[in-house]
Design a protein around this ligand. Structure first.
Ligand SMILES: [Cu+2]
Length: 274
C-alpha cells in the first residue's frame, strides 16, 4: 500500500477510535407485566384474567391482552360499585373495550390493591396488587434498598448507586467540570456510591464536606441527607470535564504523533516532506 494512503487510513482509524462514542446502555427500571383475558372468560370468574391477582411494582405497566374471541373490558372498580375511572373506562362507564387480540395498558403510580372487572360480563373479576418496589415513593418499607441512576456525558455512562430505606435515586446529571446533581424520589438519608471517573477528590455536598463512608480505587461512597426537593448537588476537586476538552487534547497529541511518523516515513521512502 502507498505510504500516504496507509497514513491516511491510519489517521482515519485513530480519529474514528477517538470520536466514536461508546453506545450507552440505558437500563429499564419499569417493567411491563402481561395479563391475559383468557379464552372463554365470559363464563369465568376470578380465573378470567390471568395471572390473577397480578403483582407489580409502582411504575410498572400492566398490559391486558384479549386472548378470547369476543370483546371484554378490564375496568377498574367492582361490579357492584361500578367503574371508578382509574383505568379501562371513564367513571361510571367502561369506555375501553378491547376487541379480540387488542391490548389495554395502564401504568400504576401508587401502591395499593386495585380491583377491576369486565363491564360486559360482571362475573369476571381481577385485582392488581401494586407494591412500592424499588422505584416507589414513600419509602422502601423500612428496609434499605438499592437503586441506581445513570448520568450520561458525551456518550459515556456513569452509574450512581444509592442504598436507602427512605428513598430511591431516580436521576443523575453532570454539569461538566462543575458538579453532579442527583435526584431522589423523596427526602431522607442515603449512602451514595459515585464512580471516580465521574467525581474524585474532596467531595462536597451542598457546599459542605461530604461524609465519606467508604472509598476505593474505583468509587467513593458518601452519606447524604436528601431534602424535600429531592435534589442533592455534589461538587468535587475533579468533576468529569466536557468530552471536547479531552478530545482536543488526545487529538492534538495523536496528530502530532501521526504527522511526525508520516514525515519520518515520507523521508525514508523518498516521498518528500508532507
Ligand atoms: Cu367480558
Amino acid at each position: 500500500m502507498n505510504a500516504r494512503i496507509a497514513n491516511a487510513v491510519g489517521v482515519t482509524a485513530i480519529l474514528a477510535a477517538i470520536l466514536l462514542p461508546v453506545s450507552a446502555l440505558v437500563p429499564a427500571y419499569a417493567a411491563e407485566v402481561a395479563v391475559s383475558i383468557t379464552p372463554g372468560s365470559s363464563t369465568k370468574t376470578t380465573d378470567a384474567y390471568s395471572p390473577n391477582p397480578v403483582e407489580v411494582n409502582v411504575g410498572d405497566t400492566v398490559v391486558w391482552t384479549n386472548d378470547d374471541s369476543q370483546p371484554h373490558t378490564a375496568t377498574s372498580g367492582t361490579p357492584s360499585g361500578g367503574a371508578d375511572g382509574m383505568f379501562g373506562g371513564e367513571a361510571g362507564s367502561f369506555g375501553t373495550v378491547p376487541t379480540p387480540d387488542a391490548t389495554q395498558s395502564f401504568t400504576f403510580e401508587e401502591e395499593g390493591e386495585f380491583p377491576y372487572y369486565c363491564g360486559l360480563h360482571p362475573s369476571m373479576i381481577g385485582t392488581v396488587m401494586v407494591a412500592a418496589g424499588s422505584g416507589g415513593n414513600g419509602g422502601n418499607g423500612g428496609e434499605p434498598a438499592e437503586s441506581t441512576a445513570t448520568a450520561e456525558l458525551d456518550g459515556e455512562s456513569y452509574e450512581v448507586t444509592s442504598m436507602s430505606a427512605d428513598n430511591s435515586v431516580t436521576g443523575a446529571e453532570i454539569a461538566a467540570g462543575e458538579s453532579v446533581t442527583l435526584t431522589f424520589d423523596g427526602p431522607g438519608t442515603a449512602e451514595v456510591t459515585l464512580p471516580k471517573s465521574m467525581v474524585s477528590g474532596s467531595l462536597m455536598v451542598g457546599g459542605a464536606a461530604a461524609e465519606v463512608v467508604n472509598e476505593d480505587d474505583q468509587s467513593t461512597t458518601i452519606s447524604v441527607t436528601v431534602p424535600e426537593s429531592g435534589e442533592v448537588v455534589i461538587t468535587a476537586a475533579t468533576v468529569v470535564p466536557e468530552f471536547g476538552v479531552i478530545a482536543a487534547l488526545v487529538l492534538a497529541v495523536s496528530l502530532v504523533a501521526v504527522i511526525g511518523f508520516a514525515r519520518f516515513k515520507g523521508t525514508a521512502f523518498g516521498l518528500g516532506r508532507l
